[in-house]
Design a protein around this ligand. Structure first.
Ligand SMILES: Nc1ncnc2c1ncn2[C@@H]1O[C@H](COP(=O)(O)OP(=O)(O)O)[C@@H](O)[C@H]1O
Ligand SMILES: [Mg+2]
Length: 572
């Protein structure tokens, strides 16, 4: 991840330099204090006390100024780092295939994008300031201690290994726990994301208590894990304090024994030594803190890398040549099982759709209709067999080229919280108002749009809650029609429309857009009986294929579906 810091190298260099200056000021203090005690107080030299005192105050101010500058620079670097990392990660998440998004889960991706990035970003800020500060404090402190007396340095040297051992011990214990904490956070975000997005369903089913319970469980699990790590780390500070205080006692003992001897330690130098020792060991304590943040950030960095290093499983094909045919789709002996499962959802599909043809797909829910059309824009890749668009295997296309040929209205309509006009224009940024209106007219959406308060500029609330199901579907259809395409795919895109509006829509589509190939998944035979061909899908296999009349004559399943819908229609 260091590459994200490159851009901010100047700040990464300047911040530690200012920090070194601040630490130097801190390190001067005990020495000056020793002089005040030994030369000023003990000899009652008031002028010297004032003189050195003023220098001490100046040092404090200078140190403060250096500290602030360092803090500002370190923050610029850390925030910039976090910003760039988040941007890259978001881009990568956008390029993941459906399968990978399913595998990571939305909740976890959100945690990685928000909390995990923040952890790493905090680490960077702390490292730039803290590592240098405490490193310099440590080396400088030992040096100054040595200058007071080598004996004191020896005492510090005896205490040090114990402290290092403590740090290593605790961090090794804590590091796997931090990963668990982040996973529990995934859990909380998962429930949160589902319930906030699905708040309406929760209310409709009066499931608030149930969902609260589910949230509590996830939240408590997070709390428990956090407590476990924090309890463990709570021991670290006091343990280090004990060692530190033992060292201080040792300094007083060593110094006190020699204080009366000729050439022994002066009271001022003992005081200074104690301060240096506190600074050194405090510095180590702070380093422990940094290493703790580091351990935590390491867990987060690993999780971020998992995403940034997972190459999109659906990638561009290398072949950029133009194809001669336009708008044909062919399935050659295609079978498909969802990644990570063994059950084939599609089996041995052979199907050719000609340019300009309208092909309908009918079948029970779960028969694999949506799965079949997902293979055309490569939302998933066929497990075996080939899918060809315009005579070329879809895997050979650059993804962008392939998807630019295809307009899909998905089964679950997704609208954005923008105006109706922007929603329709989404797939064709440079469309003019007349084109937008014409697409809406074809989709039978123009009438109701014009009746809304601000017409085309009426805002759509989040995920389209302000619109009825049929209105959302028609806006989605208009969006798909407007986007330049050779192949138009409707996945149950008109199921919420009444039969008359639906019939007008298909009639308008035939007139306005005669050239593109249309693949239409429908529940009701009445919706698609005029299609050029109808495919009946049953348990992932093509059970029958032909015109309405031919299927009525030949296909048992088709007739069964037809008559059951006739009965429903008659009853209604
Ligand atoms: N992302 C997925 N992962 C695993 N199984 C899935 C996934 N999506 C759909 N399925 C399964 O594939 C089968 C066919 O689903 P689908 O193609 O959506 O049916 P249809 O559109 O005909 O109702 C279903 O049994 C469903 O459980
Ligand atoms: Mg479906």
């Amino acid at each position: 991840m260091l590459k994200y810091l490159k851009k901010y190298w100047l700040f990464c260099v300047l911040a530690p330099l200012f920090m070194v200056c601040e630490v130097a000021m801190d390190l001067l203090q005990p020495d000056l204090m020793a002089r005040i005690v030994d030369e000023g107080v003990l000899r009652s030299d008031f002028a010297l006390i004032v003189h050195v005192g003023v220098r001490m105050i100046l040092c404090v101010f200078a140190g403060g100024a250096f500290g602030v500058t360092c803090g500002v620079f370190a923050n610029i670097a850390a925030q910039g780092f976090g910003n760039d990392l988040r941007k890259d990660l978001f881009g990568r998440i956008m390029s993941l295939s459906f399968e990978q998004t399913d595998r990571f889960t939305t909740g976890s991706l959100i945690t990685r994008l928000s909390n995990d990035v923040t952890q790493v970003q905090n680490m960077v800020g702390l490292a730039i300031r803290g590592l240098v500060r405490n490193g310099v404090m440590f080396v400088g402190g030992v040096f100054m201690l040595w200058r007071q007396s080598p004996r004191f340095a020896l005492v510090a040297a005896c205490g040090m290994p114990f402290i290092l051992l403590l740090i290593v011990f605790f961090l090794r214990k804590a590091s796997p726990l931090f990963r668990i904490v982040q996973e529990k956070l995934d859990g909380v975000n998962h429930v949160m994301q589902e319930d906030v997005a699905g708040a309406r369903v929760v209310k409709a089913y009066v499931k608030e208590d149930y969902e609260l319970d589910r949230f509590d469980r996830a939240n408590d699990a997070l709390c428990r894990e956090n407590l476990r790590v924090q309890t463990l780390l709570a021991f670290l500070g006091p343990c280090m304090n004990i060692i530190m205080n033992l060292c201080v006692v040792a300094v007083i003992l060593v110094g006190g024994i020699t204080v009366k001897n000729e050439g022994g330690q002066t009271p001022g130098s003992i005081m200074a030594a104690i301060t240096y020792l506190t600074q050194i060991l405090g510095g180590i304590g702070f380093l422990a803190n940094i290493f703790q943040t580091f351990t935590r950030a390491k867990a987060s960095a690993d999780r971020i890398n998992e995403v940034t290093h997972s190459d999109p499983s659906v990638t561009d094909g290398a072949d950029t040549q133009r194809e001669s045919a336009r708008g044909t789709v062919e399935f050659r002996d295609v079978s498909f099982a969802y990644p990570g499962t063994t059950q084939n959802i599609l089996e041995h599909i052979d199907l050719t759709v000609r340019q300009g043809e309208t092909l309908a797909i009918i079948g029970a829910t779960g028969s694999g209709k949506s799965t079949l059309i997902d293979l055309i824009p490569r939302f998933y890749d066929a497990s075996s067999g080939e899918v060809l668009v315009d005579g070329r295997n879809v895997r050979d296309y650059p993804l962008r080229d392939l998807r630019e040929k295809i307009s899909v209205v998905m089964q679950r309509t997704e609208l954005y919280s923008r105006s109706i006009e922007e929603n329709i224009r989404w797939g064709a940024a440079d469309a003019d108002p007349a084109q937008i209106k014409s697409a809406a007219q074809t989709a039978q959406a123009d009438d109701f749009i014009c009746e809304t308060q601000y017409g085309y500029y009426t805002p759509v609330t989040e995920s389209g809650h302000s619109l009825s199901g049929g209105q959302k579907q028609r806006i989605s259809v208009a969006r798909a029609i407007l986007k330049p395409h050779e192949i138009l795919i409707f996945d149950d895109a008109t199921s919420a429309l009444d039969l008359r509006t639906e019939a007008s829509l298909y009639e308008a589509l035939r007139k306005q857009d005669p050239d593109s190939t249309k693949i239409i998944i429908a529940q009701r035979i009445a919706s698609v009986r005029n299609a050029d061909r109808i495919v009946v899908l049953d348990g992932g296999r093509i059970a029958a294929c032909g015109t309405h009349d031919a299927l009525m004559a030949q296909s048992e399943i088709y007739r069964a579906i037809f008559f059951s819908q006739q009965k429903e229609g008659g009853a209604a």
